[in-house]
Design a binder for this molecule. Sequence first.
Ligand code: 5GP
Length: 202
Amino acid sequence: MSARFPRRGLCLVLAAPSGAGKTSISRALLAAEPGLHLSISATTRAPRAGEAEGVHYFFRDRPAFDAMIAGSALLEWAEVFGQRYGTPRAPVAAALARGEDVLFDIDWQGHRQLRAALPGDVVGVFIMPPSLGDLETRLRARGDAPAEIAHRMAAAEAEIAHAGEFDYCVVNETIAAAIATTSAILHAARAATARQVWIPGR
Ligand code: 5GP
């Protein structure tokens, strides 16, 4: 951030049905943008192979998660696939005040709550797979179990029903184009006059 022209950070929310390519897009943005940090969620679900505490999630048991809710330590939380997921408040508040941006990999429920918790700070991007058939192919390629795939396909249709609540919708025809479009959205949102702390009467 420029010292002469300070701006408030923003919250870039990427939501998508599972397998739509959201993880690849978020990885590419985080690698390319030094001022963009990933919000690490807390969850009650068990770690998958390769997932590490504090890197992919903060893994918490139900009593510890509920204590965070009671203590207002979460900006938002939701139950997804029978498990609880939530966004720790303190790191987000600190980043926005420093003029840095936070990337969120959360679902539509989290997006809706985050907009309510941080009015004006949220830019929501919904990532669409080019077709639901493609989505099923991608889930199979990822090695998910058939029952899990059926469950996630039903959940995908439910997620897509909320696409209209987002500011932007990016159809992931090719990963390179989807990354470029999402990056353009981030850059334009950073330049919004509403974010420029130094502009009088903004
Ligand atoms: P997974 O278990 O596959 O990592 O995530 C399952 C779902 O939970 C995804 O749709 C993901 O976007 C959502 N999710 C992850 N973290 C959060 C969070 O902090 N808040 C909300 N509301 N959803 C989350």
